[in-house]
Design a protein around this ligand. Sequence first.
Ligand SMILES: *Cc1c(COP(=O)(O)O)cnc(C)c1O
Length: 353
Amino acid sequence: MNIQVKRTENLKEKPSMDHLGFGNIFTDHMFIMDYTEGNGWHDARIIPYQPLSLDPATMVFHYGQEMFEGLKAYKNPQGDILLFRPEKNAERLNITNNRICMPELPVEDFIDAVKAIVDIDKDWIPEGVGNALYIRPFIIATDPFLGVRPSLTYKFMIILSPVGPYYKEGINPVKIWVEQEYVRAVPGGIGFAKTGGNYAASIKAQANAKSRGYAQVLWLDGIERKYIEEVGTMNVFFKIDGRVITPSLTGSILEGVTRNTVIELLKTWGISVSEERISIDELIEYSRQGLLEEAFGTGTAAVISPVGEFRYKDQVIVVHDGIIGELSQRIYDELTSIQMGKIEDKFGWTVKI
Ligand SMILES: *Cc1c(COP(=O)(O)O)cnc(C)c1O
């Protein structure tokens, strides 16, 4: 893939890297590539970060044919730039694209594009614990047309944002609302695809939970409303009586790269980990018996997010006295140390730019 580069003439002032939030600051450049039916992907280019100009009839505005990915770049103590398992994001992008009728993007092109844009804006990679450069690749349908069908043209773009730790307070356990009224996804739907439509469906429950004082919602399955699926925008894990359980991938769950990584880590540590269906009633029963030892969410943004409390109807399930568990802490420390290149990566997960 040949990438044309047009550098900006006005470099932005960089923010203080001490108090970075999440996703509110963007770097100097962006990556764009176009797709035209019959011609494939073409005109890969890096240009100054700028607004887009699009026809109001552009299909993505009306029927939501769009997808996104999320990964991070880190600077190791030697100053090298590291990506974490970018091929996993490229593979998942194609799983999403297939579901929502978007053209495939070669894995190598995805990785080359990510490497090129991160390299150009590498001075924006923040150092310090919990800091990283968040990478947001996304694709939108661009035909100006109000009929409903797959678009014949698309734009693939990548923007970058220096981010701090997801939770400003550090990795303290969060309170979770077990959602009963709304569902996020159903079998046969788009739950396993990383597309904006899933988020449009989830915002209301998330906003309600927030107004009740809860950080996220725990999603139950869309049919029986009893099997646990995900926690907010993360996959979820439970440590029960010494073994670890995460919901199996049933088609309505997004397969996280962090989820997969945590499963691999636990296996090498000799800790029993299984993917299975687990209901909210079983979870409550385990808690009652004193067997629910830890609970945490996993995702690129927060890495590990321990859960201190679940609220289901009028029941409150407190986990590990509301403080982070030893296993959650151990996974967080090990994973962030590998990602930031502070310890040896025996798995070959990190990719140097
Ligand atoms: C992105 C995402 C995750 C986490 O995936 P990672 O690859 O670990 O970042 C989990 N659930 C949903 C709904 C997501 O969109």
